[in-house]
Ligand binder design. Structure first.
Ligand code: GRG
Length: 324
């Protein structure tokens, strides 16, 4: 076989490991800076505990990769870092609240005790609230003043939507409403397959997909993408966000506490409605393959041809094949 015919030449020189290492460092430094110099009291310690406790930084990486699809590789990324920090702060606060006894009641996150286990429920709740506001403040205050204020305002508006009732909060409420209803859904008529799939997708789209979609769209938007590019990148993010959550649900059923950093097996135990609990692991893997193909096809479309989409392609594969 002629190997040259089977290798995508645009991927040959792209070193994904080096790419994410470099960008993660930029994100970590900026996050540490945003949370630095504050009084070491319970509230700030609790906020730092969750924001600076590792994590893959997938959403921030997607934001940068999406921006780089528009401006090209090796450009200065400083202007995008406040946006990345805002996204990671909101992600961290959602994890703090999600782990609380009133929601998922988890003891471990990122291989450490959850925020409320260390600081107590009241401080964990309030640290989440404070991070939500710090995210918005960081985005407005630290984004360079050279950025058009109308554009920035629109990004803030979109962030509020992605986070609030139309997005994460609404998705979480739906998730709660369906938790415990797994048997009802599994026992419903086989012709209801589409209804089952749509139900799961609606939950995932809000709870997980909304912030991922925002990360991709806002990075490209701040980089000056046109409306056609934004629509395509949003469609791509939709596929990636859905795939990310299905991969998460698979890990919940196949992973362990050491590799995951959180307690596995909780979806089945709490009768959570996920692709894996409703359709099983085999179908979940097939769905992931389809979403990967669809996501790649969008990035290969003629409107994005000639753009630097290698990082987004690798991030899609990473979101699907990750081990934690
Ligand atoms: C957003 C205002 C506001 C409130 C929170 C609790 C809640 C509303 C939403 C739940 C959102 C949630 C926790 C969705 C699950 C998404 C998910 C699979 C998170 C894990 O993300 P990773 O794997 O985590 O990227 P790391 O640790 O790598 O950062």
């Amino acid at each position: 076989m002629n190997r040259m015919q089977t290798v995508d030449s645009s991927q040959i020189e792209f070193n994904f490991a080096a790419y994410i290492k470099e960008r993660r460092q930029l994100i970590e430094n900026k996050l540490a800076h945003c949370l630095d110099g504050k009084i070491p009291d319970n509230l700030w310690d609790s906020m730092r505990y969750s924001v600076l406790s590792g994590g893959k930084r997938l959403r921030a990486l997607l934001c940068l990769a999406s921006a780089e699809a528009i401006i090209g590789l090796d450009e200065d990324l400083e202007a995008f870092l406040p946006l990345c920090c805002a996204i990671e702060m909101i992600h961290a606060m959602s994890l703090i609240h999600d782990d609380l006894p009133a929601l998922d009641n988890d003891d471990y996150r990122r291989g450490k005790l959850t925020n409320h286990k260390v600081f107590g429920e009241a401080i964990a709740l309030l640290a989440g609230d404070a991070l939500l506001m710090l995210a918005i403040e960081t985005l407005i205050e630290k984004t360079p003043k050279t950025i058009d204020s109308g554009l920035l305002l629109d990004i803030v508006r979109q962030l509020c939507q992605a986070t609030g009732a139309p997005g994460m909060v609404g998705g979480q409420v739906l998730d709660l409403a369906f938790t415990g209803k797994l048997t009802d859904l599994q026992n419903s008529n086989a012709s209801d397959q589409k209804i089952k799939a749509d139900t799961i997708e609606t939950i995932h789209r809000g709870k997980t997909g909304a912030l991922i979609k925002f990360a991709v769209r806002s990075g490209a938007s701040l980089a000056g993408a046109n409306s056609k590019q934004l629509t395509l990148l949003e469609d791509f993010a939709d596929k990636l966000g859905y795939a990310f959550q299905i991969a998460d649900d698979l890990l919940d059923s196949t992973g362990n506490l050491i590799t995951l950093g959180k307690t596995p097996g909780k979806d089945q135990a709490s009768c959570k409605v996920t692709w894996v609990t409703v359709f099983g692991e085999k179908q979940a893997l097939e769905k992931l393959q389809n979403l990967e193909k669809e996501g790649m096809a969008i990035l290969n479309s003629s409107e994005l041809a000639g753009h630097n989409t290698a990082p987004l392609k690798e991030l899609l594969k990473y979101a699907i094949n990750r081990t934690n």
